[in-house]
Design a protein around this ligand. Structure first.
Ligand SMILES: Nc1ncnc2c1ncn2[C@@H]1O[C@H](COP(=O)(O)OP(=O)(O)OP(=O)(O)O)[C@@H](O)[C@H]1O
Length: 330
């Protein structure tokens, strides 16, 4: 275990930023804090880094309570969204800065810098100034600077937030590969659910300062514990039946003209096709059931002729075993 938080609480002017936070991160994990803006992710990261002190609770790093350990003595580094590079220093000097502060000099320092730049594929850029780099390249340098000290834990606060979508996707893959290669434990903050699902070994879902669920991406997606988690991670329709609330993922829903045979065991209901939204690879369908419930369905655009007409009656079906029943008390 690299990190353990127990009963962490932090209030600002009487308002809770973080409340009752418990979590454990194992060595080599890519652990993500995911939640909407203001849910307490950054506060949690700042408490771990030591920039803030908790009002209550224990923070342990490698089994040691760090309540009295200042930030620079914690075996942690942080990568921020704005990279925080020194503008007047070359890329190589930026990466070397933290090493020099720790007394690593000469050939040993140069070798470590070269290794870090190689890892982030920036070997050819050592002599450049930050202003002569693109956003993605600056982000790589920020990462090289953070991994060069080989910290036990690397905190990353929305590190890809300033990049455009395409570059962001490329960097997601790359970050994951780099994390595997260097073997450093990552604690990653994002509000982007797709990013969290694609990169993480485990995810903690934050809502209003509390953790609602911790699990692997698959566990979180397939078995959300609350309507909040089901709605925040992926899209879903909530269907009320008797006293339960059921979560229905759009890719599990079949929509067909009335009377079409559905697979054996499917639950089938009549509805009306309200909307068709073309998304390129898929088309999203919105169906209204007789009781007013709206159901979303996804259909691959795999060349089938359009057999459904907006506004017309349709049959909606799903395999009841794929439904997740929610505990309404949460
Ligand atoms: N220094 C501070 N003083 C007062 N309130 C603060 C301070 N820092 C954070 N807060 C409040 O604490 C709550 C949690 O903020 P936090 O930054 O941890 O959320 P977040 O999940 O990281 O959000 P975002 O994704 O927008 O960064 C918010 O309501 C915020 O306004």
């Amino acid at each position: 275990m690299v990190l353990r938080l127990t009963g962490i609480r932090k209030h600002y002017k009487g308002a809770a930023a973080v409340e009752h936070v418990d979590l454990t991160v194992g060595r080599g994990e890519f652990f993500t804090l995911l939640g909407p803006s203001g849910s307490g992710k950054t506060t949690t990261l700042r408490l771990i880094a030591g920039f803030e002190r908790p009002d209550a609770g224990i923070i342990e790093l490698d089994g040691v309570d760090v309540a009295r350990t200042p930030p620079f003595d914690r075996n942690i580094n942080t990568v921020f969204q704005d990279y925080a590079l020194f503008p007047h220093m070359s890329v190589a000097d930026n990466v070397a800065y933290g090493l020099k502060a720790k007394g690593v000099r000469g050939d040993a320092c140069r070798a470590r810098v070269a290794e870090a730049l190689r890892t982030v594929q920036m070997t050819a850029f050592g002599e450049r100034l930050p202003a002569q780099l693109s956003g993605g390249q600056r982000q790589r340098v920020g990462l090289a600077r953070a991994i060069v000290n080989r910290p036990g834990l690397l905190l990353l606060d929305e590190p890809l937030g300033a990049l455009d979508l395409k570059l962001r996707h490329d960097m997601q893959l790359e970050l994951k590969h780099i994390q595997k290669e260097v073997g450093i434990t990552f604690l990653y903050v994002t509000h982007d659910q797709e990013e969290a699902l694609s990169m993480s070994s485990r995810i903690a879902i934050f809502n209003k300062g509390r953790i609602e669920q911790i699990g692997t991406p698959r566990e979180i997606y397939d078995r959300p514990v609350s309507a909040f988690v089901a709605g925040f991670v992926g899209t879903s329709s909530l269907v009320r039946r008797d006293s339960s609330v059921l979560v229905l993922r759009p890719e599990k829903v079949r929509v067909a003209p009335p009377g079409t045979a559905m697979p054996a065991g499917f639950h089938v209901e009549p509805g009306r096709l309200e909307d068709e939204i073309y998304l390129g690879m898929m088309t999203k369908l919105v169906i209204r059931l007789a009781d007013g419930t709206a159901i979303e369905a996804l259909r691959p655009n795999d060349g089938d002729p359009a057999d459904l007409v907006s506004g017309s009656p349709v049959a909606v079906g799903w395999d009841p075993s794929t439904l997740r029943v929610l505990d309404e008390t949460r």
